[in-house]
Design a protein around this ligand. Structure first.
Ligand SMILES: *Cc1c(COP(=O)(O)O)cnc(C)c1O
Length: 365
């Protein structure tokens, strides 16, 4: 039986005036909207207690499994307001399916695709007034799941909570078009073979923070990770996939194969590329090839991509070469291909271009 996420009676709403104030300058989800969707799971009863309530604190036992063994997974997707004021989701079934894969890897219960979609639609419907209008503005949804039984033994989840929270979001990185510098780490790894790199789990992010701080000391805002075994193969950033663009119009990204998160933005870009006169190429890309090709003029653009920041152009890569740090600048930091890809994607998301792939799902309010 599928779950229904009904609004419980008696919830309270932020005043219109205060909401407008927040929507004017929302930052990246610095305010959560009035409601949240949630459900409980136990190994005996399965999924129960699905509902939409006020966004409010939870009471949890300090012994809850998630606090001790990081049994947590999450998703991220946006609600886009179109010119005619209707609101839309972008490929939400991909998030639902990925959450099932993440749940499998982290031994958490799987929330059926239709229930994931019902929860997301329910919150979108109830809090539709929190979806901003205006270019590049959206409402960011954060579905997540934790194991919450109070038990200090290590075992697969016997009790779990699922919830969707969210709030209005301005572009994740300032204007989204200023090229960023990237620190290439060959010391730390994000994921190893057989590890959790393909799961969207909080632990992957926790382990990236120290490296992120190291990157900041070199003036870099993001980290590019290489493979854990040899630090020779380009993988992805802490929370975004990586693409390089060659002078002859290839858009190259490494295969996901277990250590790289299967990004929905990445997949969409691979699908959109041919119509833009670009050739998608999924193949291993070594760090030495990347550096040599940038220096030799064969790789001219590079960008990172993900739901939050969409497409972020890369200006320079910094990496250690012997004892030194070498800075390698892309020839066209905000090149034509990067701009065309970004434009094609955001035009579909904000309803300015034909949705030929059937990616947009309207939220009926
Ligand atoms: C979420 C995420 C991405 C981007 O995925 P999208 O589905 O495009 O938002 C890329 N890499 C990692 C590690 C992520 O967690």
């Amino acid at each position: 039986m599928s779950l229904s996420f009904d609004l419980v009676p008696g919830t309270v709403r932020t005043s219109v005036q205060r909401r407008r104030e927040i929507l004017r300058d929302p930052g990246f989800v610095t305010h959560f909207s009035d409601h949240m969707a949630s459900a409980q799971w136990s190994s005996q009863a399965g999924w129960t207690d699905s509902r939409v309530t006020n966004y409010e604190p939870w009471t949890m036992s300090p012994g809850s499994a998630v606090f001790h063994y990081a049994q947590e997974i999450f998703e991220g997707l946006k609600i886009y307001r179109h010119e005619d004021s209707s609101i839309w989701l972008f490929r939400p079934e991909m998030n639902a399916r990925r959450m099932i894969r993440s749940a499998h890897r982290m031994d958490l219960p799987q929330l059926p695709e239709e229930d994931f979609l019902a929860s997301v639609h329910a919150l979108a419907r109830v809090d539709h007034e929190w979806v901003p209008s205006g270019s590049e503005m959206s409402y960011y949804l954060r579905p997540f799941m934790i194991a919450d039984e109070s038990f200090l033994g290590v075992h697969s989840a016997k009790q779990a909570r699922y919830a969707v929270v969210g709030g209005p979001a301005a572009p994740y990185l300032a204007d989204g078009l200023t090229p960023v510098d990237i620190w290439v780490t060959t010391t730390y790894s994000r994921a190893g073979n057989g590890g959790t790199g393909a799961a969207k789990c909080g632990g992957n992010y926790a382990s990236s923070l120290l490296v992120q701080r190291e990157a900041a000391t070199f003036g870099c805002s993001q980290v590019l990770f290489t493979d854990a075994a040899d630090h020779e193969w380009v993988e992805e950033l802490g929370g975004m996939n990586f693409f390089a663009v060659t002078a002859d119009g290839m858009v190259v990204t490494p295969p996901t194969s277990g250590t790289i998160l299967d990004g929905i933005t990445r997949d969409s870009i691979l699908t959109l590329a041919p119509a833009l006169g670009l050739t998608p190429q999924v193949r291993p890309l070594s760090l030495s090839e990347l550096i040599a090709s940038i220096l030799g003029g064969n790789i001219v653009e590079a960008f990172a991509c993900g739901t939050a920041a969409v497409v972020t152009p890369i200006g320079r890569l910094l990496h250690t070469k012997g004892e030194e740090v070498e800075t390698v600048a892309l020839a066209s930091p905000l090149g034509e291909a990067t701009r065309a890809i970004r434009r094609a994607l955001v035009d579909i998301q904000w309803g300015r271009a034909d949705d030929v792939h059937g990616w947009m799902h309207q939220v009926v309010v």
